[in-house]
Design a protein around this ligand. Sequence first.
Ligand SMILES: O=C(O)Cc1cc(O)ccc1O
Ligand SMILES: [Fe+2]
Length: 469
Amino acid sequence: MTNHIIGGTAKLSSSDLWSALCYHPGFGSDLSSEALPSSLPVGQNSPQICPYGLYPEQLNGAAFTCPRETNKRSWLYRIRPSAVHEPFSILKEGTSQDLSDNWDEIAPNPNQIRWNPYPLPDDKVKIDFIQGLHTLGGAGDTRSRHGMAIHIYACNASMVDRCMYNSDGDFLIVPQLGALKITTEFGRILVQPNEICVIQQGMRFSIEVTGQTRGYILEVYDTHFQLPNLGPIGANGLAAPRDFLSPAAAFENREVPTGYHIISKFQGKLFVAKQFHSPFDVVAWHGNYTPYKYDLNRFMVINSVAFDHADPSIFTVLTCPSLRPGVAIADFVIFPPRWMVQEHTFRPPYYHRNCMSEFMGLIKGKYDAKEEGFSPGGGSLHSMMTPHGADATAYDNAVSRPCKPVKLEDTMAFMFESSLSLALTKWGDDNSLKSMDYWKCWQPLKSNFNPDWKPSVLQDREISSSLLT
Ligand SMILES: O=C(O)Cc1cc(O)ccc1O
Ligand SMILES: [Fe+2]
């Protein structure tokens, strides 16, 4: 697909910029995009002189020698190479100071943890996306490129003449409140709550927001996100490749005499370098390494239509694999609206201890394991082998209601599930953000043990079902 946006952004009013966006569909596809006619060189990547006098620049998201299945790179044709900037220095101002990759800030905590909706900035103070970044926790190491982090963003102002890129890994961004207008080197992406976007390592982006804005970020250091294999599900199901959308090339040819700030997250710290032009000067690009977004409503839900609660891996949207087959550095899993039809079944999430870490967030509505206390914009963490499951009220409801078909509507919970044992930061461990009596939600669960129970009664699941319906 070719997208001709003649004259760059200067000729469009700022509302037009975001209302007339077009995207390239396809997950990991090899795409070509032009904002000016014939701006992509034909038949070669590095002509001696490029169309329109552009500079060619390659962005590699995989080692040159990676096999084809995992090799990722794009060629960008830009007004100036990215190297045209002053030296980086540590960013002291303009950060929240809550961004961290220090997993030893506090003592380990194996408890069930639940957070109230993460705080939004005070209306009187302008906080942009970078200033509004807070690291909740994580594991691993940016230098050996193995690990992951969970960040919360809460902001109310647009980034002005500053952009960011992540040298340490990829960001999977889950907006919960307010849209993100993301300008990238590849073009513009509008991401609303109930959509997600992935900005991969090295890609420069700047975010505009209107009003109070909040969401979650899963950062992975190891490798890029993939679609999960479908196994016996077949060729179709879960997230379809064509529903992943990459931006179409768009550029601005803008001098910034007061200085444009390029902010790099490098080895866990933020650095800033000044240049005097917009970094969003890519007129054309081609390749398979792009930012992309996905609408969670497009997810084709597969579930049990007979009996029993299927494991949540059936709801995996994207996975960042480890080197161990089937074991993820992190999976992004959603719990979308769906029919619950299982007969003679305890339908909410089962009681559970897991060799994985489970961080959960709620975009909207209610989660079926928790009757109250888990609110949109909040979160929970059930660490390695930490017991959890339906709260007492959800349990009572689930065992007393007939197993008739029920539609869970207007809900979207999600989980970042990791094979790494996560540590909280000081910010994540702050008691003022937590619901301190979370543990109490399971305490009313009493013993129902009946030593006189006779095997002939309620033995067969068909019989137990008929008793409840
Ligand atoms: O703990 C959770 O709520 C997540 C979860 C959901 C589910 O349906 C089954 C297992 C599981 O860990
Ligand atoms: Fe769980």
